[in-house]
Ligand binder design. Sequence first.
Ligand SMILES: [Fe+2]
Ligand SMILES: [Fe+2]
Length: 407
Amino acid sequence: MDRIFRDNDIAIGFSSNTSQKNSSDNIIFKALGSTIYRLYISIIYQRRRRGNPSMILITDRLSTACALKETIQVVEPCTVVALGQAYEVGSEHTIVICDIDPGTPDVLSLTKAVLARCRPCSTIPVLHLARRGGEAALGQARSLGATAVMPHDASPTQILFTVKRLVEARRSAVPRTAAPAIAVVADNVRKAGSIYNGVLGSLRSGEPVSVDTLERGSTAVLAAVGGGRLATWLDVVRSYDDITYQHCLLVACFAASFSMSLGLSVGGQRLVAKAALLHDIGKLHIDRDILNKPGKLTAAEMDVVRRHPAIGHRMLVNQGGFDPQVLDMVLHHHEFLDGSGYPDGIGGDAIAPLVRLLTICDIYAALVERRSYKAPMSSRDAFAILHGMAGKLDRGLLRSFEAMVEG
Ligand SMILES: [Fe+2]
Ligand SMILES: [Fe+2]
């Protein structure tokens, strides 16, 4: 099956990385093989199972649903509902698995109606098993509120990996007590911040950026956003005073969190986190008085600021060793789909999906971050501005981002 989100290293949906997010899972899976792995998960989850069905599989392929149900219900009991079948709303589900081909408007609207009934809360993850690849299929999955997308022909064990990951991610997003979660998130944000500080220090003194250091920075960012709720790390990052430092960390946290919620592979999440940390490094060569000017910039000052993507890109190209997708995100994070952005004025398909993702996170972060001369804008006002940028931003991605932030 074609990858839905075409990129060398990235697939929304199944890849060995996506479904094997947890490294301990990888080791266990490789050591035990798929059958014994399922037994292992069964034993781990035995104590957690409740009497009432907790997962729901909505399907238009009853012939294959039984095998899938048998495999995944080692995590939680699972109810299978055929599309069109009467469905009694019972206890809250921990995950909705949607194995439906929403190829026609009728099926799409019927599927939406069923999802609305069995998913009263937007934090309940939806795993969509897609029959087709490409942007259209991704758009349909998004319109169904999919948290993650996998090919329909992924093996039941591969699907089990992702189900387990999504169920656990939701569980950990609701900490039993706030204090330990805040401490862990703050610790990871601080770790990411100090690593990022080291990167900035190297660049300021003309030294190369250590690729290993950057890798550790992206790991800390992913740990921070994976271990706590959005409001928690937002508060921690906003407490920093340095504008560029705060901004890049905030963009990295939003972009990493958004990548996770879209179901990008771990490799893809790392690329996005690294690009987000580096996206504004060109500002190191822009006059600080201009960058910190509280009021509106003059046309001449704007021209100077607009040089930063090309300067940052050149710094990384000169050093060498950076992934082309990271370079693309750094160079083009201010481009718009209608061609009105900078530095190259490219538009439409010339702007890669990951660049579009980063652009939305960048603008949103700039609006909601704290500045010495302004209070943070409310999320509602920020989204009003983003939605007002009609034709410039990827509407589907913007809706998904809003659902993640407001969810
Ligand atoms: Fe920028
Ligand atoms: Fe930025």
